[in-house]
Structures are given as C-alpha cells and as structure tokens.
Design a protein around this ligand. Structure first.
Ligand code: ADP
Ligand code: ZN
Ligand code: ZN
Length: 725
C-alpha cells in the first residue's frame, strides 16, 4: 500500500498518513490535497512509505497530488525539520508557514517563467536582411537569441516592448518556446569602484573559502560593506551560483532592488517580503526554486526560499531585531541562515556597523571569521562629530534645547539638511490633569494612551484602542489637561513655529501609512525639497542623503534604565545608525545628543566611534550577570483573561521543569514587560543554560508536560533564544 506522510498546518507535532490512489505516485516535497475532518486541506509530503501503523480502514485517501510545480527540494525539507526541532514548533505548521500563501491553498498555480524562448529551425536560418530595419526590437531579440535561449524576463530587459515583438516573432514561426534551461546566461557587471585594500581583503577571504564559513563583516557606516556584497555576488554569479541576501526592512527592499539591478542589469533578481501581493510572491518564489532568479533579496521569510544553486548567503544589518519572528514559528532568520549555509557548505557573511553581541562574541572566540573595515570608503567622507547636550542643566522648549535650535538654524543658513530623531510617534506619550494627576491610561493595557493631536484622539500603541481627547479631566472635571513628554508631532509643530520658513517633513509610521508615501518622501528629501526631517527609526536605516549634515537626537535616556538587558545594546546600534546619516558625502557631519547622562559610557563610546570598547564593556557585564551570549535561554510565555489561570499554568510548568532535575536554571514566574495587553494578562518563565545542548534536551523532556497541562482559555508559547523580555 503506497503511503505518504503528510505535513499539515495543525498544532500537532505529528505527520499524517494517507494512502495514494491506485496508480498515483507522489514524491517527498510534493503538495497534496487530503481530507481532514470534514474539510480538504493542502499538505506537503514529507516521507513515502510502504505501510502505516494505522489500521488500513482508518487511512484516508489522497484527493489529489498537486504537480504543476516541482516538489520542494529535500534540502529545504531538512531545513524545516531542523527549525521545527530547534524552535519546538509543530513540523506541519513549520513547513506550511514557510510557503507563500498561494502554495498553501488548493488553487492551481502556474509558473509564468518556466518557459524560455529560442530560435526555431526557420528562425536560425532566417536572412535578417529580409526583416525591415525599423523593427528594432525584433532585430534585437533575434540576435540575442542567437547566443542561446532566454526567459521572458531576460528578454524584457532588452526593451520595454520586447513581449509584443516576441509575440510577432512566435507568430511568424521564427521563435518558439522550450523548457527552462538551468544555466544562466552571461551577464554584465557594472563595476563602480576599485576596492580599497581592506575591502579587497574581505572579498578574498570569503571567495577563497570553498566550504561553509561564517564571516562577520564589521564595518563602520559608509565603509563600503554594500560594495563588498556586490563584488561577492559578482564572483558567485560568474560561477553559476545563487545569492540570498537578507535585509531587515521591507522599506529598504525597493531601494536595494534598484541598486543591485543597476549593478547587475541582466542577472535575474527577485525580492521576497510580506509587502508583495500573494501572486507576485509566489512567482518570485518559483523563480528562486527554478534557479532562474540568481539574486534573491528579502526580509526574514526569504530564508526559506528554495535555492537549488545557493552559493552565498549575506545577512545585512545582522544585529537587527526584525530578523526574529515574534509569533508562530519564532525563528531568527539570521540563525536559520547560518544553519542553511552550513548545511549547504557555502559561506555566509553577516554585515553590520554594530554587530549583535552574540555575533561579536563568536568572532572574538574564533567561531566566526572577523572582517574589519575601520574607515569610510570615500576618503572625503569623515565620521561625524558627536557631542552631548546635558539636558539636566539646559532650558528646553517642547523637549528641544537652545543649543540644538542654534545648530538647526545654522544648518538652515548653510542650505543643508538636518534630521531630528525621536523614537516616539504621536504628539505626546501621555495626557495629564494638572489638578489631580489623572493620566490617560489605556483601559485594556498596562500602558498609556498616546496623544495624537493631528486627528485629535488618544490612541494606544499596543492594542489600538482609540478615544476622543476629553475636554475636561474625567476624574475631577478640571479643564487644564497637559501633554507630558514629546513625540514626533510635537517636535514637528514646535520646529515649524520656531522656523516658520523651513520646510519640515515628519517621517514616522503615521505619516507613511499609505503605500508609496515613503518613496515619494525619499524623493522629496533627495531633491532637497526638505530642510528639516523629524522622524523615528524609519529614518535611521540605510538611507543615504548626501546633503544631510546635522542629526539631533532627543530623549534616548529611557533605554539606559530599562528592565530589558538588551536595551542599551539596541540603543547604541540605533544611535550609531542615525549618526551614520550625517555627513555621508563630502560635507562634515555633526550629531547632537540631548541626554541627562552625558558621562554614560554609551555616549563616550559613541563620541569616540569606539564600538569595540563599548561591546567589550557590555560583554564583561553580561558575563558577570550570566546573560546571553554566555547563556542560552528559552522563555515560556502565557496569556489569558484570568490572572489566576495564567499564573497557575506557569507555576505548574515550573514545577514540572524543576521535577525533571536537569542541568538547567529555572527562574520564577514573573509578569511580562507589558503585564496586560488588550485585556490579556501576560506572564512568563525563563529557563537558561550555559550550553545549547542540555537546554534542547530539557525542552524535549519538558514539552510533553506542557502539552498535557490544562490550558483552557490560555495562549502559551515557547520562545527559543528570545530577544524580547
Ligand atoms: P556601507 O554599506 O558600509 O554603509 P557603502 O557600500 O554604501 O557602505 O559605501 C559607502 C559609500 O562609499 C557609497 O557611496 C559607495 O559608493 C562608496 N564606496 C564604496 N566602496 C568604494 C571604493 N572602493 N571606492 C570609492 N568609493 C566607494
Ligand atoms: Zn483631574
Ligand atoms: Zn491598549
């Protein structure tokens, strides 16, 4: 009896057995439609077997084998098994969540690019002088095809009207379609720069490694990391390999896409991120799987793209927390990428100006190869001067100091751009009654409602709750309600009042909500139609505005006394990144940081551009406190409407953990950093261990207890290598 073991998107840690109809066959990696309960669902065949442990009459029949696309490669199935094991997430749910939505449904998919175009017999013998000269595009296509078959996309690159011309050529019988050829056509490389010695050494180190190796490319902002990626890509593409490039932000992908296209105008490049339509994402995925796409550029989900010729993985801004998925399969795309490169035996490059302490430590201990770039690639582009403004003895208006106003004024006079960075959107983080001290609490969360003056409302940034701004204090009736603290909107309006002639642009999640807005804004900034930018971290990442010479940072201090031990690591990375926006071209840049703690080691390291000293400090602290990267952690999180239920669940889980008496540290049950969100009470339990293996063994032993605990009306999850506390 031909049995297939199928992965289904179910919260159960098993595969499901089905029998194939007479004469039907299926391979591992193939999608199938199977009955489940009263429904029919799509699953992926993980194994084929001759028999099943289930009684024959209980095994249902596969409804249909979906064979319009090739099966998922065995390598990808292995990767997904590893993720399921390591992150303790059900295999079926892991496999299905790695597929584009369209491939999880039973709707037919067709791969539009699976065909190539080639000259027919009559096309090969055609006398080109018989074709009128004015049919320029047809001529171009015919001569391009003389060198070999090309895909529709490659032909499109010849001319925007290539497809119309192609249709005519097919109708004339000179061109015909053929199945996809695997080898890439030759391609152009636009080499923009001669590499500096440091860059060349980095490129050589990676290209000389013909097996797995993890390279940490630690280079200051503007040191030419991207240029190194480009040269590495060129090397790999020439040998017929595919490159996977992971980036943290969807916002950055269109920009990078254009950039890499301009460097490799005829190498196939696709992007994979959640901003694409289902159809486009599926097509791009299939192009990666077919080997047609040579460069795959994407956010974390792209780490699961099938890449038959994968020869190099690059993770840009590897320290960025957005590589970690925060629900469902809680994976770190950076870590999965490392596993993947290792599995495949190819090099991986992790790039950052401020590496995560995990990676930095691995480079120190020799597990990763360290590649250093300590100078900016353009000799003229100097690192900005960083200074602190002590807010404890400075007069401030709307959170802005006199010194910063003066610097902004001078920058305006020079006709240069400035950026005021504040990581808080809205007008003010809270509204307060001056008589009784009432604060605008969110009714559903342990947080405050943020004042949004533009649409005159109070809004919770955690649960989305929205209320009108009250005319008087709901508690005592006093009419004098005051905003406390500052947000982007308040800074924008204060600056507009102070500099009535300046063109000010606010860039935050509220002002860029509509699709395409941010692109338009970027253009505006490039065209120098903006003098002062006010914005959140959206502005910090990877943008290159040559006329921007001044950066002001407001209010970074809360991270210095946060309960999250990673907060100061993140703050340094963020500030180094915003600071890197100043003085990218030939004009010197200046960074002014408003803080009440100008003597803090974080700021002195920033002033001196000394990431190493800062990182070594932090590592020493982490080591003595017993925090990552010196320990491995797992967080059991639970949330529910009833406090008692949540805590009882975690207590029982804790007892089970201690009863197992394994060599791991089990901490107490504590409230989550946000102890109530959207009316859910949230709490957590941390378990850690100095090495990975015993922690994994513990998890395998613990998991069945967790699954058996009564958990009605609760949601719980295991977060391996958690980044949030
Ligand atoms: P990073 O990715 O490290 O921030 P980039 O690769 O974007 O740095 O390089 C910063 C700037 O320096 C860019 O304008 C780039 O064109 C330029 N650049 C990079 N490498 C070189 C080089 N070898 N010679 C001259 N300019 C370079
Ligand atoms: Zn009041
Ligand atoms: Zn809320």
């Amino acid at each position: 009896m031909p049995i297939v073991r199928v992965a289904l998107d179910m919260p159960l840690p098993t595969l499901f057995d089905y029998v194939l109809a007479d004469g039907a066959s299926a391979m591992p990696g193939q999608r199938v439609i199977v009955p489940f309960g009263r429904k029919q669902v799509v699953g992926v065949v993980m194994e084929c077997a001759a028999d099943s442990e289930l009684a024959a009459e209980r095994i249902k029949r596969v409804v249909r084998v979906l064979d319009e696309i090739p099966p998922l490669p065995a390598e990808l199935l292995t990767l997904l098994r590893f993720c399921s094991d390591y992150y303790h997430h059900p295999l079926g749910a892991t496999v299905l969540s790695a597929l584009p939505v369209r491939l999880r449904s039973s709707e037919p998919v067709t791969f539009k690019e699976a065909l190539q175009y080639t000259l027919s017999v009559s096309g090969r013998t055609l006398d080109l002088s018989l074709l009128p000269k004015r049919k320029i595009v047809q001529h171009r296509i015919l001569s391009a095809l003389q060198a070999g078959a090309l895909s529709a996309a490659q032909l499109r690159a010849l001319s925007p009207s290539a497809l119309t011309a192609l249709k005519a050529l097919v109708q004339a019988g000179w061109v015909e379609t053929c199945a996809l050829a695997v080898m890439p056509a030759s391609f152009t490389f636009n080499n923009a720069h001669t590499l500096t010695t440091a860059q060349q050494q980095a490129v050589d180190a990676v290209t000389q490694s013909n097996s797995y190796g993890c390279f940490l490319l630690h280079g200051i902002t503007g040191s030419g990391k991207t240029e190194i990626y480009v040269h590495l890509m060129n090397h790999v593409l020439r040998q017929g390999g595919q490159v996977l490039l992971l980036v943290p932000e969807i916002n950055l992908t269109p920009q990078l896409e254009n950039y890499f296209r301009s460097r490799f105008p005829d190498a196939e490049l696709v992007s994979l991120h959640s901003g694409l339509s289902d159809g486009a994402r599926t097509q791009n995925w299939l192009r990666a799987q077919s080997g047609l796409a040579r460069i795959v550029l994407g956010t974390r989900l792209a780490v699961f793209a099938p890449l038959p010729q994968l020869a190099l993985v690059i993770v840009d801004e590897e320290h960025d927390a957005s590589f970690k998925q925060q629900d469902g399969l809680r994976y770190s795309a950076r870590d999965v990428a490392i596993f993947r490169a290792n599995q495949r035996g190819v090099p991986i490059v992790l790039g950052s100006a401020t590496p995560s302490l995990e990676s930095y430590y691995n480079a120190q201990t020799g597990r990763y190869h360290l590649l250093r770039l300590t100078e900016r690639a353009l000799a003229a582009a100097k690192l900005p001067t960083v200074r602190c403004i002590n807010t404890s003895n400075t007069f401030m208006q709307h959170g802005i100091s006199e010194q910063l106003l003066t610097a902004l004024e001078q920058c305006l006079q020079r006709g240069e751009q400035s950026l005021v960075f504040i990581n808080r959107r809205g007008y003010a983080p809270v509204l307060m009654c001056t008589a009784c001290g009432w604060l605008s609490d969110c009714p559903n969360c342990a947080g405050k409602l943020v004042l949004h003056l533009q649409d005159r409302c109070l809004r919770c940034h955690h649960c989305g709750h929205q209320a009108r701004v009250p005319h008087a204090c709901p508690s005592c009736g006093n009419a004098d309600l005051q905003p406390v603290g500052i947000g982007t909107q308040r800074v924008e309006s204060a600056l507009q009042e102070h500099f009535p002639k300046a063109r000010i642009l606010r860039v935050d999640r509220d002002s860029t909500r509509n699709k395409g807005t941010w692109n338009a804004m970027r253009q505006q900034i490039h065209d120098e139609a903006v003098d002062i930018l006010v914005g959140t971290q959206i502005l910090a990442k990877g943008h290159d505005f040559p006329n921007l010479t001044l950066v002001g940072v407001l209010n970074p201090d809360s991270a210095l006394y946060s309960g999250d031990f990673r907060a100061s690591e993140k703050l340094f990375a963020q500030l180094a990144q915003v600071a890197g926006r100043a003085g990218r071209a030939d004009k010197p840049g200046e960074v002014l940081i408003q803080t009440a703690f100008p003597g803090h080691p974080l700021f002195s390291a920033l002033r001196e551009h000394d990431y190493d000293r800062w990182a070594k400090n932090l590592l020493a602290e982490r080591q003595s406190a017993g925090f990552p990267p010196f320990v491995y952690q797992v967080m059991l999180r639970a949330e529910g409407k009833q406090q008692a239920g949540v805590y009882a669940f975690l207590q029982q889980a804790r007892e089970a953990a201690t009863t197992l008496a394994m060599p791991v540290e089990v901490y107490g049950v504590v409230p989550a950093a946000m102890p109530r969100r959207a009316n859910y009470i949230r709490a957590q339990l941390l378990v850690q261990c100095v090495t990975r293996k015993p922690l994994q063994q513990f998890l395998r032993a613990w998991r069945p207890f967790l699954d058996a605990l009564p958990a009605q009306k609760l949601r719980w999850s295991l977060d391996i290598d958690p980044l949030e506390f």
